[in-house]
Design a protein around this ligand. Structure first.
Ligand code: NAD
Length: 479
């Protein structure tokens, strides 16, 4: 911890908050304070904005290859420092070290991917249909961006935005979640070492998100907001962005359905369920929230899933052999407890788990609930914890209707051995991504994002850079 920066990163320098404020960072495995970091206020946000605005023009003119090389070097530095970054992430967020190492690799890959995209930004040149005009089409950076990230993937949610912003030639202010500021500060130090010019990335850690972000969005100098977080906060920020017509991309909440048909390979379905439910202790926007299992296989599926969930080892993420770390904080755990209590009150059977352990830390055991009533609160609330809620269905049309009966549409999972059904059902799900006989869809080379209230735009893949680019069209008469 001693080398980890704890100050704000503004204009390439490490500085205290202008009013000297700091905020604690807690270890969710013990409830103890790990350290204090600078707690920025509106004045610091202004300084960060000024630094980003000042750096924008020169940065936009840098050679794409130069931007690409910075990302490439940063990718290598992240990989070299996997252990340090993984420990840092586990200490502030709680996930087991093996998962933290996995996230470091995933996060670094966004930099490698966008280092390759930085040099492939193309334009166009053509004679228009009237024959009297030529069109020159070029792409240019949107300008200074505000990037707001959640706590659940502290490193990858940052690199998924910073990678394409650097590749496109945008400057930025990153505002990480207050629970997990350390990973973002460590990332800023790496980018500085990799040669990122001063002012291109500014990191503002704060417990006063509203006070810091609203003036930036309304001020007219920030041209783009890229947000990952809850739908409720996303809606608020969309409204704030309307005034200055700030471009937005929104990666919001999910309520993923997980469909197991009667012709599914149950081994694959249970393996998929373990990933879709238990990755990141269930604290993922992609987490399976509603398991719809065909009545003929529901009991067997529930039994096998409960057996696998019950065998997982719960404990501090730093301890060897631990599969499931603590939840992020007491509030997060209390929400899971309430959702489980509500489902049980409405008749759900607890196949495994369901009881909060005594002692320090925000631990909650892997839990499987069967015969969940469709009116239970966890059907229309992101559980964000290690709780699998199983409901049964009889007909394909019925389950598609029920799966789509939600305001969210991030991801769905479909388990069936029939090719026709696999494609038919996937096409009818109102989601941005489908896992077909797999519980994992996230990949830096694929466009990640949702429909309906799960968001706007896509991150990653070939299209990820588009979110940070504008078109400019030049009309040139044919003489
Ligand atoms: P959150 O919405 O509470 O916070 C997200 C970020 O927004 C944090 O940095 C927070 O400080 C900031 N924020 C909160 N209020 C703000 C305000 N008034 N103005 C500006 N910023 C504000 O979400 P969370 O609890 O950190 O993360 C969990 C949520 O994120 C879940 O809903 C999850 O589904 C979602 N998520 C979505 C994706 C995706 O790609 N779709 C990925 C990860 C997480």
């Amino acid at each position: 911890m001693t080398d980890t920066p704890t100050q704000l990163f503004i204009g390439g320098a490490w500085v205290d908050a202008s009013d000297g404020a700091t905020m604690p960072v807690d270890d969710p495995a013990t409830g103890e304070v790990l350290c204090h970091v600078a707690d920025a206020g509106p004045k610091d946000a202004k300084l960060a904005e000024e630094a980003a605005v000042q750096a924008q023009e020169a940065w936009a003119r840098t050679a794409p290859r130069a931007r690409s090389e910075i990302l490439r070097r940063a990718h290598e530095l992240i990989i070299e420092r996997t252990d340090v970054l993984a420990h840092l992430m586990t200490s502030e967020m709680g996930k087991p070290l093996a998962e933290a190492r996995g996230e470091v690799a995933y996060a670094a890959e966004f930099f490698r991917w966008f280092s390759e995209e930085a040099v492939r930004i193309d334009g166009g040149f053509t004679t228009l249909p009237d024959g009297r005009n030529r069109m020159l089409l070029s792409r240019r950076p949107v300008g200074p961006c505000l990037l707001i990230t959640p706590w659940n993937f502290p490193l990858a949610m940052g690199t998924r935005k910073i990678g394409p912003a650097i590749a496109a030639g945008c400057t930025m202010i990153l505002k990480p979640a207050p629970q997990t500021p350390l990973s973002s500060l460590a990332l800023a130090a790496i980018l500085k070492e990799a040669g990122l010019p001063d002012g291109v990335l500014n990191v503002v850690t704060t417990s006063r998100a509203g006070e810091v972000c609203e003036p930036l969005l309304r001020g007219g100098r920030i041209r783009k907001l890229s947000f990952t977080g809850s739908t409720a906060v996303g809606q608020l920020l969309l409204a704030q962005s309307a005034e200055a017509v700030v471009r937005t991309s929104m990666e919001l909440g999910g309520n993923a359905p997980f469909l197991v048909f009667e012709d599914a390979d149950l081994d694959k379905a249970v393996d998929g369920a373990m990933v879709a439910k238990m990755r990141n202790m269930g604290e993922a926007c992609t987490a399976a929230n509603r398991f719809f299992v065909h009545r003929s296989v529901a009991e067997e599926f529930g039994r096998r899933l409960a057996e696998r969930m019950g065998a997982l080892v719960v404990g501090p993420g730093t301890r060897d052999g631990v599969d499931v770390g603590p939840l992020i904080d007491r509030r997060g755990r209390a929400k899971v407890e309430e959702l489980v209590a509500d489902a049980v009150e409405r008749g759900a059977h607890v196949l495994v788990g369901g009881r909060t352990p005594e002692g320090p830390g925000c631990f909650y055991p892997p839990t499987v609930l069967a015969d969940v009533d469709p009116g239970s609160r966890l059907m229309d609330t992101e559980i964000f914890g290690p709780v699998a809620a199983i409901l049964t269905f009889d007909e394909e049309d019925e389950v598609i209707r029920r799966a789509n009966d939600t305001p969210w549409g991030l991801v769905g999972y479909v388990f069936t051995e029939g090719l026709d059904r696999a494609l038919r059902v996937s096409e009818r799900l109102e989601v941005g991504m489908v896992g077909l006989n797999t519980g994992l869809v996230s990949n830096p080379a694929a466009p990640f994002g949702g429909v309906k209230q799960s968001g706007l735009g896509r991150e990653g893949g070939r299209v990820g850079i588009d979110e940070f680019l504008e078109y400019q069209y030049l009309a040139v008469p044919v003489s």
